[in-house]
Design a protein around this ligand. Structure first.
Ligand SMILES: Cc1ncc(C[n+]2csc(CCOP(=O)(O)OP(=O)(O)O)c2C)c(N)n1
Ligand SMILES: [Mg+2]
Length: 361
């Protein structure tokens, strides 16, 4: 297949499913029907999680929330290729889809968006760093972890996530440079949703693609239709194989679209037109895969109804678990940042303890 041949400096764009859910049979990846259903299920779970999160935010039951609506394929097609025992997730703030797919409990992800630090601590043994809000900063951590794994001969891959806007940050370029020089076991995974809050891609960069930047650092790079879960699956599989075989880092640019507001603190109708939203609504990643699965008789409408039931139940029970969590201990803010606490935090911790004790009296 043409896309397997990567040319230095040239952007290779991978697309398999068209917007109407039809695939060119010749380009179908070697993928089992179970995996296809799994990816579809993951996407449906993300959408159900997301819709509930927006309602919870409106009701004041969680805080500001960043929706991933529209980006489900870009996360599900990657998730099924990851191995939760060995691989590291190094997320920014829009990766809850891939996190929940790898097993981070949904009630903890809701807790994070409620401002509860305990949301970042899971007992499931999943190697997932806390989501990083300073744009692009997490990519340096992903490169560092990938360098360490390369040095230690470990089998895993560190996946550093970022958006299109983050690729304008110095951190992105430093991370790419180090990854290239030190052959880090790192996948730099860019979800190009074409907006950085209200800044459109064309004001972000004059480059033809984000993927082409990777080659300047000798990081093999590919652009993929991020709303096509089969294409994302295949791009991720190729990238991870490349890294796992010791060939150095890889960068994927998944071209997608954020369907909603940047976060619940934003109003995207102020900078985007209804026509643009309608254009992307027609390219919804979930509908596209559903049409494909039903037309190919891989899934029936009854199977789909059962999935709806399962994902709704899972979300409802996550909300119950979230709201059954005991109130967080304010003293907890001093834990988990440093192995050895600096003196000023020791002082502040003592002050807060005194204040809380006085309040109790
Ligand atoms: C260093 C830094 N600068 C600015 C911000 C404010 N900010 C938060 S998200 C964002 C846009 C990020 O866009 P992109 O990287 O495309 O990710 P997306 O939100 O589209 O997923 C900005 C400017 C921040 N969090 N950190
Ligand atoms: Mg963006």
């Amino acid at each position: 297949m043409g896309y397997k041949k990567l040319f230095r400096g040239e952007t290779v764009r991978l697309e398999i499913l068209n917007k109407d859910g039809k695939a060119d049979k010749k380009s179908l990846p070697d993928i089992s029907q179970d995996t296809m259903i799994q990816m579809y299920r993951y996407m449906r779970q993300m959408r159900a999680f997301d819709e509930k999160a927006l309602n919870l935010q409106r009701q004041g039951r969680i805080g500001t929330y960043g929706s991933l609506r529209g980006q489900e394929a870009a996360q599900a097609g990657l998730a099924v290729n990851l191995n939760e025992k060995d691989d590291w997730l190094v997320p920014s703030f829009r990766e809850h889809g891939v996190m929940m797919s790898l097993g981070v409990p949904m009630h903890l992800i809701y807790a994070y968006w409620k401002g509860d630090e305990r949301g970042n601590i899971s007992d499931k043994g999943i190697k997932c760093l806390p989501p990083s809000v300073p744009v692009g900063s997490q990519l340096l951590h992903a490169t560092g972890i990938g360098m360490a794994m390369q040095k230690k001969g470990l089998p895993g891959v560190a996946v550093g996530f970022a958006g299109d806007g983050a690729t304008s940050e110095g951190d992105f370029h430093e991370a790419m440079n180090f990854a290239g020089v030190f052959k880090a076991r790192t996948l730099i995974y860019i979800q190009n949703n074409q907006w950085a809050i209200s800044v459109p891609l064309k004001k972000q960069t004059a480059a033809e693609s984000l993927a082409q930047r990777g080659w300047a650092y000798n990081v093999a790079s590919m652009q993929v239709d991020g709303n096509d879960v089969l294409a994302v699956y295949e791009a991720s599989r190729l990238a991870l194989e490349h890294i796992r075989n010791g060939n150095g880092p890889y960068m994927i640019e998944a071209v997608t679209f954020r369907m909603g507001d940047h976060t619940t603190a934003d109003d995207h109708s102020r900078y985007r037109t209804p026509d643009l939203i309608a254009y992307w609504e027609e390219r919804d990643p979930i509908m596209r895969m559903k049409t494909f699965l039903i037309n190919e008789k891989i899934m029936t409408q009854a199977d789909d109804d059962a999935i709806t039931n399962d994902v709704t139940k899972a979300v409802d029970s996550a909300v119950k678990e979230l709201e059954a969590m005991p109130a967080p201990d304010p003293m907890h803010i001093f834990e988990t940042m440093y192995a050895e606490k600096p003196w000023y935090l020791v002082e502040q911790q003592a002050m807060l303890r005194d204040e809380l004790n006085q309040e109790k009296r």
